[in-house]
Design a protein around this ligand. Sequence first.
Ligand SMILES: *[C@@H]1O[C@H](CO)[C@@H](O)[C@H](O)[C@H]1NC(C)=O
Ligand SMILES: *[C@@H]1O[C@H](CO)[C@@H](O)[C@H](O)[C@H]1NC(C)=O
Ligand SMILES: *[C@@H]1O[C@H](CO)[C@@H](O)[C@H](O)[C@H]1NC(C)=O
Ligand SMILES: *[C@@H]1O[C@H](CO)[C@@H](O)[C@H](O)[C@H]1NC(C)=O
Ligand SMILES: *[C@@H]1O[C@H](CO)[C@@H](O)[C@H](O)[C@H]1NC(C)=O
Ligand SMILES: *[C@@H]1O[C@H](CO)[C@@H](O)[C@H](O)[C@H]1NC(C)=O
Ligand SMILES: *[C@@H]1O[C@H](CO)[C@@H](O)[C@H](O)[C@H]1NC(C)=O
Length: 447
Amino acid sequence: MSSWIFFLLALTICPGAHSIRFATTSPTDGEILNVCVNDKLVLPWTLLLTSADVLDDIKWYFTDHTQTKEMIAISANGMFLQVPAYAARLHVLNTSGLELSHMTAEDAGNYTMEAVSHDSSGKTTTMQRSVHVDVGGGLQTTDGELHVTYNPTAVPDSTGQWSVQLDCGTFTFLASPPFNVQWRFPSGRTITGTSYKNGHFTLWLSAPVEGGNYTCRIPEESSQNACLHGDNDKAEATLHVDGTEARLVLLEAHQAALQKQNDLLKTENSHLKDNLTQQLRQQHLFQEETSQLRDNLTHQQQALQQTNTALAQLNSTQGRHVSFHARGLQNAGPSSGDTMIVPTVLTNEGNAYNSSTGYFTAPYSGTYFFAVTSGSLTTNKYARFDLLVDGTLVAYGKTTDPGPGESTSIHAVVHVAQGLRVWLRAGQSVDYYSSVTSFSGFLLYSD
Ligand SMILES: *[C@@H]1O[C@H](CO)[C@@H](O)[C@H](O)[C@H]1NC(C)=O
Ligand SMILES: *[C@@H]1O[C@H](CO)[C@@H](O)[C@H](O)[C@H]1NC(C)=O
Ligand SMILES: *[C@@H]1O[C@H](CO)[C@@H](O)[C@H](O)[C@H]1NC(C)=O
Ligand SMILES: *[C@@H]1O[C@H](CO)[C@@H](O)[C@H](O)[C@H]1NC(C)=O
Ligand SMILES: *[C@@H]1O[C@H](CO)[C@@H](O)[C@H](O)[C@H]1NC(C)=O
Ligand SMILES: *[C@@H]1O[C@H](CO)[C@@H](O)[C@H](O)[C@H]1NC(C)=O
Ligand SMILES: *[C@@H]1O[C@H](CO)[C@@H](O)[C@H](O)[C@H]1NC(C)=O
């Protein structure tokens, strides 16, 4: 069961396995063949058939230079038929090949073979092959003669060497001729197999060029391929080359090349110089920018330093803690004008209040707040006290009623310069109420 499926599959996948094919590759499709007049054209095309194939027919066609296509022979059902015009000289070879004898110039053109077959399933296959046949009679050059021409222009040969060139021709073969020419140098030396292009065999001559006669010759062993039948075909040509002149041409070409190279080098040198100048300019710009950057950096560093200084100043101002509070009286009965000494210190931040002298000395210039409270213990006497800054009265207090036991408070907001003293001055002689007496102050803000 499964092998039957496989067989079907193989049939589908390999449809070509049962087709006819060519047994020979030569001549290939589209090949150009050279045949000489009176010679035999042999086209040994051979078809291979498997037992499953049935050959239906083979047809041979000829297409002349006017593109007229005619059938020249047909083979079908085991019968070989040919057009009467070809009857005498056409033979079939191995079923599908063809042989045409006594070729003439009129036989030049395309020959095509077309074979049609079918396999057991009835599938038809067509095989086709064409060749172009050139028929030559005598020396096949444009004017029936062989010429050697000299091209006195130096060109680089395949190896890059400067050479002048000798051409032998002009041949009319559609493709490469079926032979090589032989060159003889003035010294007698000979070489064969020079390159062929555009109807010419070319000989490259590089320095030092031999002066003298150069001969191009179709060798005798090649005369058959060249279709040289009679003695009338002059199969060689000679040209005299002036060695001095040729050498001069090569020297000039060489010198011109050197000059060109020199010019190129000069241009490149100038480019390099330009580039160098440009790079120097760029470097200069770069240096300028670097110096500018350095300046900018210095400026910024200075600015930063200024900021730091200001900040430090602000920092230190902010950190100025000055305040004091003291109470009691050391000299409760001072004479009028005496400094009242408030001895019991409860607060003295910044240590600006001296409890043994009663003086507050401003550690910084700034605006200060002061408050004083005191009273009278003497019957029928008012108590008065003055707040002085550097000897100047800024506030004074006086009890509204006479003593004993009356008290009053004063306060002041005043600017005090650094180092100046602030104190309390006793008024009229009186016993001050010591236990209610207090003297306070603090720095509101410094300058
Ligand atoms: C002959 O066949 C070649 C291609 O194989 C084609 O280029 C050429 O034109 C044909 N010449 C003639 C005369 O049919
Ligand atoms: C074709 O026929 C020739 C004789 O005519 C024979 O020598 C040659 O082997 C055959 N070639 C093939 C591929 O059958
Ligand atoms: C070179 O060939 C010319 C004819 O083409 C002939 O006259 C001359 O004598 C030859 N020179 C030599 C050196 O063979
Ligand atoms: C000069 O510099 C340019 C680009 O800056 C570059 O393209 C060129 O190749 C350089 N020329 C040479 C001779 O170095
Ligand atoms: C230096 O600073 C100036 C202005 O302060 C600015 O115009 C200039 O672009 C700066 N240079 C660089 C290289 O940053
Ligand atoms: C400001 O004062 C604080 C604490 O006293 C200190 O840590 C800081 O470094 C000061 N800043 C400046 C800019 O002086
Ligand atoms: C207070 O003043 C007296 C007299 O001037 C002085 O001897 C003393 O050192 C001062 N005390 C303080 C804490 O400054």
